[in-house]
Each structure stands twice: as C-alpha cells, then as structure tokens.
Design a protein around this ligand. Structure first.
Ligand SMILES: Cc1cc2nc3c(=O)[nH]c(=O)nc-3n(C[C@H](O)[C@H](O)[C@H](O)COP(=O)(O)OP(=O)(O)OC[C@H]3O[C@@H](n4cnc5c(N)ncnc54)[C@H](O)[C@@H]3O)c2cc1C
Length: 378
C-alpha cells in the first residue's frame, strides 16, 4: 500500500453511527500498532442519534439523551478527535482538505458522513431534517417564535418518508401542547402517490391514518413547489437525501446517486486506501439508507480497517435483505415496518422502540466505556 499522505494516520471522517460503533469495537480490542495515529474528524463534539430526534422534538427527552460524546469515545479508543469539516478529498495524494483550507494526510481513510438535505429558500421559518446539528439549533428557535406569536399557523412538511412522517407528528404534538389556543394547519407533500415508499403498504396505511388523526392534510402525488407555501407558513423539509457535494469532486468511483461506490468489503471500488460505511457507502445491489444499515456495517468496517492496516485479508459485509423500521407516534405507540414481515402497530411496539434506542445509547455512557476498556485490558 502506498503511503503518500501520512504513513501513520488512520483517518475516520465523520462521527456517524458506523464510526461510533467502530471506535467502540476498538475500545474493547485496541487497534494497537506502532506509531499508529487514529484521528476522527467531526464538525461537532457530539454525534446525534437520529432515532431519538422525534422524541426530543416532541419534548419527551432532553437533548443530552440523543448525543454521543465523541471526545470520550475517542479517548477510550485511543483516537484523537479533531473538530472540523472536510471540504475536499484528494485520494491520489491521500489527503483531505478541511474547511479551514488545511490539508490532512492519511494512510487509510474511512468515510461515514451520512446524507444531507438541501432545503429550498423559504421566506418564513424553515426546518430541515439535515444536518441534525442545525435542526437542534433551529427547533428551539421555531418553538420560541411559536410561543411568542398569535393566530393560526400553516405548517407544510415536504417528504413522505419515515423521518418526515415521524418528525411532523412530533412537531405538531409539541406545538399544540405549548399553545393549545393557536391552531396549526398542517399539510404533508409527497411526490409519490403513497407514503413510506419501499415499506409495506400496510405500514403506509398506518402512517396515513396517524397523520389524518393529527389533522394533517395529505398532498400525495404532489411535488411541492415554492408557490405552495406562503412566507407565513412554516416549512419542514424532509425530502431528497443526497450525498455531500465534495464527494462528487473527489474523483472516487461513485454510484448514480453520487455516494461512494464500494466493494462488499466496504473498500472503495477505485481506491484501496478509502473505505466507506453508512449512508456514504453504495454497495451493489443498492441498499436503503438507514441508521440500522449503518449500524450493521460497523462490525465489518471495524474488522476491515484493522485488517487493511495490518495487510491482512478483508471480510465481506453480508447485509440482511430487509431491516426493521420503527416509527414513533405521538400517543406512545409506534409502527413496525419490515419489507418481508409486513407491519404492526401498538404501544408494545413503542416500548420496543424505546428499549432498542436506549440500549444503543447506553453503549456509549462513561460506565459502559470503562467496562469495555477493562474487558480489553483483561
Ligand atoms: C429525523 C430522522 C430520524 C431518523 N430515524 C431513523 C430511525 O429511526 N431508524 C433508522 O434506521 N434510520 C433513521 N433515520 C435515517 C438515519 O439517520 C441515517 O440513515 C443514518 O444517520 C445514517 O448514518 P451514518 O452513520 O451514515 O451517518 P450519520 O449518523 O448521518 O452521521 C454522519 C456524521 O458525519 C458528520 N459529517 C457530515 N459531513 C461532514 C464533513 N464534511 N466533515 C466531517 N464530518 C461530517 C456529521 O456531523 C454526522 O455526525 C432517520 C433520519 C432522520 C433525519
């Protein structure tokens, strides 16, 4: 392997689900190697767990409950957290450019920067579901303005996927609780004829029923246009997940959508020194983009980065043909959706979702990290 960039640096770009779990693996089984420097580059100290965003927006949990402290995780894994953002990649020279303009060399790079959304210009209040760090700033401001204002408000959500449905329901619940005297007239626009494309029809019907119960007017088969939402309407943008723009200029092999084309080993199809996981990675055949998929890729990624560093054989990632999605509803119940098993709904599904979400987050507490580290040391 050539070492043009930096002979001793393994660079993890983005603190998404896959890298958080990769680092956890290395807490338990340290990636000890002479001179090795592991660097995690992230715009923020905290990685945000999207599965709990609707619960936070509904006011059911505090912000801390959906944050993974990357500083503590890196410390435990023997890695260095570098706060910054990538804006360009030069794979031939094995280096990456930060938004500060500085270049960072690497011997091995792993990309886990997720997807992004590009919300349109809107004269009124606008909430975009990505980046999540921005949503965490914007939602409290939106709520503050709502509390101070008067009269009814229109709220237009764009995007009929699982995240759009969940977040709209959570937002409506919070807005109505805060100001029961102010009516909210909500609409959901979806370019497709039904909600939750890619999910079983039964799950879509359940989501539709939940939205109707919340008084949402469904605009299905209707591509949103700026003229649909006057400036006094709030806009909730949840449509068109895309890869970050800088990937397109990287010269790396990309999928038709612009994500990093990888082999079954999660190694770039065009550069052996680059790996990708989570939403960033485009396997063939293509997988749906979800946190569950990103989580599942982590064990292969952790193994293969270790193996690539040592010049050992790589493992193949064997994705499940379908994964479970759980959509939280305002009454504490949830919808379970699985392409092969169908759908179900109830408070028991809500409790199941809570248990899975909290089990995930509990893996990153200081106590859990200390316990993992002691297992590694023994
Ligand atoms: C509101 C909401 C709810 C969702 N709920 C679910 C759910 O319940 N179940 C499910 O399976 N999926 C869910 N999803 C989808 C899920 O969030 C994504 O598929 C998942 O986060 C992808 O994980 P990832 O590891 O690829 O990256 P992410 O978890 O998105 O993390 C990417 C990280 O990269 C960082 N980053 C981005 N750009 C740069 C850069 N240029 N330089 C450095 N760092 C960068 C970001 O700050 C971020 O921390 C939800 C999505 C949303 C928006």
């Amino acid at each position: 392997m050539s070492v043009a960039g930096h002979p001793d640096r393994l660079l993890l770009l983005g603190g998404g689900h896959s890298h958080a779990l990769t680092l956890l693996d290395w807490v338990r089984r340290p990636l000890a190697s002479a001179g090795l420097e592991i660097v995690l580059l992230s715009p923020n100290r905290y990685s945000l767990y999207s599965g709990l965003v609707p619960a936070w927006m509904a006011g059911r949990i505090p912000q801390e409950a959906l944050q993974i402290d990357l500083a503590a995780l890196c410390r435990a894994a023997g890695a260095r957290l570098l706060i910054g953002e990538a804006q360009a990649l030069d794979p031939a020279q094995q280096r990456l450019q930060l938004s500060s303009g500085e270049w960072l060399g690497y011997r091995l790079l792993s990309v886990n920067t997720g997807s992004t959304l590009r919300a349109p210009e809107h004269a009124g209040p606008c909430l975009s579901l990505r980046p999540l760090a921005r949503l965490l700033q914007d939602w409290p401001l939106f709520l503050h303005a709502w509390q101070q204002g008067s009269g009814p408000m229109g709220l237009d959500a764009v995007g009929g996927g699982a995240a759009g449905v969940e977040v709209l329901l959570a937002a409506l619940q919070r807005l109505r609780r805060l100001r029961p005297d102010r009516p909210v007239q909500a609409r959901l626009f979806s370019a497709s004829e039904r909600l939750l494309m890619g999910h079983p029809v039964g799950a879509a019907r359940r989501a539709e029923a939940a939205l109707r119960r919340a008084g949402v007017q469904l605009m299905l088969g209707r591509r949103w246009q700026p003229v649909d939402s006057p400036a006094q309407h709030g806009l909730l943008w949840a449509a068109g997940a895309q890869p970050p723009e800088w990937l397109a200029r990287s010269g790396l092999a990309l999928s038709a959508e612009g994500y990093l084309a990888v082999e079954a080993t999660l190694q770039s199809r065009s550069q052996a020194t680059v790996f990708a996981a989570g939403d960033s990675a485009a396997l063939a055949p293509a997988l749906d983009k979800s946190g569950v998929r990103a989580v599942r890729m982590a064990s292969t990624l952790a193994h293969n980065l270790r193996a690539a560093w040592r010049g050992e054989a790589l493992q193949v990632h064997r994705p499940q043909s379908a994964v479970l999605a759980l959509l939280a509803l305002p009454d504490g119940s949830a919808i379970a959706s699985h392409a092969r098993w169908g759908s179900a709904q109830g408070r028991w599904v809500g409790r199941w979702k809570d248990a899975l979400d909290h089990a995930f987050m509990n893996r990153f507490t200081p106590e859990a990290l200390a316990s993992l580290a002691s297992q590694g040391a023994s």
